[in-house]
Design a protein around this ligand. Structure first.
Ligand code: NAD
Length: 454
C-alpha cells in the first residue's frame, strides 16, 4: 500500500494528468462507470443502511452526478490562465495566474453518505489535474467494496485508486507525503489527520461536524418550518453532518411548533418498510443514541429496535442547555427543542459553543435575519430551509473553526485541489533603474511617487 503514493508521484511528474482533455476524459469515464454500475452501488447502500432507491438517488447520486456534469462542462474555463492588471511599478510587463494541480491527493471519506462524500471531492481532485488515493470509510463495508471494485478495475492505480481499510490502513497511508489531504469525518480524527499532514506541511481541507442549530423566531411560518426541519432531521435517520442538531424556538411559539413537528413526523410515517427511513450504522451508535434520551422529556418517539437497528424519530422537550445531549453532536434521529425568550440569549448560547457547520433560521424579519447572519460565525446554512444549501454547487461548502477548514463543491472544489501560480513576465526593452545602486534621495522620492500610482 505504501508504494502507491510513490507510484502516483512518478505518474504525476510525467505530466499525464495535466492536459484538460485527459481530465475530462477521466471524468467522463467515471460518469459512465457510475451509470453502468448503478445497480451495484444501490445494492451496496441498501446492504449498509437499508436505504430506498429514492433516497439513495437523492443523497448519494444527485450531488456527484451534478458535480461531474458541471466539472466536465466548465473545466476548460476553470483551468484557463487568468490575466490580471500589472501595476505601474512593474510597467512594462504582464501578470497572470496559472491554476496548477497540487499533485498526489489523499481523500478520506466518512460513512454517513459513503458515495457522495467520497466521489464529490474525488471529482474535484481529478478536475484539478491531480492523482488520487481514495480511502472510504470501513464502516460501510459494502459501499467501500463496491467503490474499490468499480474504480480499481478500471483506472490505472498510478492515477486513481481506492484503498480500503480502517484506522490501521489510514494511519499507514498518512505516514506518506501527500500534496493535499481532504478529510471528511469527526473533529477528533480531523486533529489526527491535521497533525500527520503538518509533518510534511501538506495542505488540508477538513470537513468536520458539530452541533448545527435551527432558530425559529416567533414570526416564522411554523407549518413550513416543521415540514422542512422534519425532512432535514430524519433524512438518513439524522446521520447527516448538516442535519439540524437541535432547535432553539421562541417560547411564544414553542407549544405550537412541537405539535406541528409531531403532526409532520406522524404524516411522514417513517419506517424501513416505507423506504423513507434507514438503519443506524451499527449497534454501538444505537446504544449511544439510546443513552442520549435519558434527560429532558420524550415528547415523541424514543423507541429503539435492536434487531432492525433503528430508532424512531424522537423529539425531546424541556431540554436544558447543560444536558448531555447538548454537549455532543447527536448524529441520529433525536431532536431536542429548547425555548428562548430573548434572541440575544439564543445567540449567546450558540456562540458559547464551537462554531457550527450549519445554521438554519426561520423568520421573515429582515432585521433578525441580518443580525443572525452577521453576529454568528458558522460554515453555511439556510434561511427558512435546512440542509438544501449543500446541493447548490455554486455555494462553496465547508465549515469554520471546529466544524472544519476549507470548502468545496463546483468551482470551489476545483480551487481546493489547485495551486494558483502567480507570474509576472517582463520584456527586456526597458528598465527603470530606480532600484539599483547608487541609492539616492531623488531615486527614493521617485520610487515613492511610482508606488503611489495605482
Ligand atoms: P470518523 O472521524 O470516525 O471517520 C472518518 C474517516 O477517518 C474514516 O475513513 C475512518 O476510517 C478514518 N479514521 C477513523 N479513525 C481514525 C484514526 N484514528 N486515524 C486515522 N483515520 C481514522 O468520522 P465518521 O464517524 O465516519 O463520520 C462522522 C463525523 O463526520 C461526524 O462528526 C459528522 O458530522 C462528520 N461529517 C462531516 C461532513 C462534512 O461534510 N463536513 C460530512 C459527513 C460527516
Amino acid at each position: 500500500m505504501n508504494s502507491i503514493p510513490d507510484k502516483q508521484r512518478a505518474y504525476f511528474n510525467l505530466n499525464y494528468t495535466k492536459p484538460v482533455e485527459f481530465r475530462i476524459q477521466q471524468l467522463k469515464k467515471l460518469r459512465d462507470l457510475l451509470k453502468s454500475n448503478e445497480r451495484l452501488l444501490y445494492d451496496a447502500i441498501y446492504a449498509d443502511f437499508r436505504k430506498s432507491g429514492f433516497d439513495t438517488y437523492l443523497t448519494e447520486f444527485a450531488v456527484p452526478n451534478n458535480e461531474l456534469d458541471i466539472a466536465i462542462s466548465h473545466l476548460k474555463r476553470w483551468a484557463k490562465i487568468k490575466r490580471v492588471r500589472t501595476d505601474m511599478v512593474n510597467f512594462p510587463g504582464s501578470s497572470y495566474i496559472i491554476p496548477e494541480p497540487l499533485g498526489v491527493c489523499l481523500v478520506i471519506g466518512a460513512w454517513n453518505y459513503p458515495i457522495n462524500l467520497s466521489l464529490t471531492p474525488l471529482i474535484s481532485a481529478i478536475a484539478a489535474g491531480n492523482t488520487v488515493i481514495l480511502k472510504p470509510s470501513e464502516m460501510t463495508v459494502h459501499t467501500s467494496a463496491a467503490l474499490a471494485h468499480i474504480i480499481n478495475d478500471h483506472f490505472d492505480p498510478a492515477f486513481l485508486t481506492v484503498v480500503e481499510g480502517g484506522i490501521d490502513e489510514t494511519t499507514a497511508l498518512l505516514e506518506n507525503q501527500f500534496d493535499k489531504i481532504f478529510f471528511t469525518g469527526s473533529a477528533s480524527v480531523g486533529k489526527i489527520v491535521y497533525q500527520a499532514a503538518a509533518k510534511h506541511l501538506t495542505p488540508v481541507t477538513l470537513e468536520l461536524g458539530g452541533k448545527s442549530p435551527a432558530i425559529i423566531e416567533k414570526d416564522a411560518n411554523l407549518n413550513m418550518a416543521a415540514r422542512r426541519l422534519v425532512w432535514a432531521k430524519f433524512l438518513n435517520a439524522g446521520q447527516t453532518c448538516v442535519a439540524p442538531d437541535y432547535i432553539l424556538v421562541h417560547q411564544s411559539v414553542e407549544k405550537e411548533l412541537l405539535e406541528k413537528l409531531k403532526l409532520e413526523i406522524q404524516h411522514s410515517d417513517y419506517s424501513l418498510l416505507n423506504g423513507n427511513y434507514v438503519q443506524i450504522i451499527n449497534e454501538k451508535n444505537l446504544d449511544r443514541l439510546k443513552g442520549l434520551v435519558d434527560e429532558g422529556t420524550i415528547y415523541l418517539g424514543g423507541q429503539t429496535d435492536k434487531e432492525q437497528r433503528t430508532m424512531s424519530p424522537t423529539v425531546l422537550s424541556n431540554v436544558l442547555p447543560t444536558d448531555r445531549i447538548m454537549k455532543e453532536e447527536i448524529f441520529g434521529p433525536v431532536l431536542p427543542v429548547i425555548s428562548y425568550d430573548d434572541l440575544n440569549s439564543a445567540i449567546n448560547f450558540i456562540k458559547s459553543k464551537s462554531k457550527p457547520l450549519s445554521l438554519y433560521l426561520f423568520t421573515h424579519n429582515d432585521v433578525i435575519r441580518k443580525k443572525i447572519l452577521s453576529e454568528i460565525s458558522f460554515g453555511g446554512g439556510a434561511v427558512n430551509d435546512a440542509v438544501m444549501h449543500f446541493s447548490n454547487s455554486r455555494l462553496p461548502f465547508g465549515g469554520v473553526g471546529n466544524s472544519g477548514m476549507g470548502s468545496y463543491h463546483g468551482k470551489a472544489g476545483f480551487d481546493c485541489f489547485s495551486h494558483f501560480k502567480s507570474i509576472y513576465q517582463k520584456p527586456n526593452w526597458f528598465e527603470l533603474n530606480l532600484k539599483y545602486y547608487p541609492h539616492t534621495k531623488r531615486k527614493l522620492k521617485l520610487i515613492k511617487f511610482v508606488m503611489s500610482l495605482k
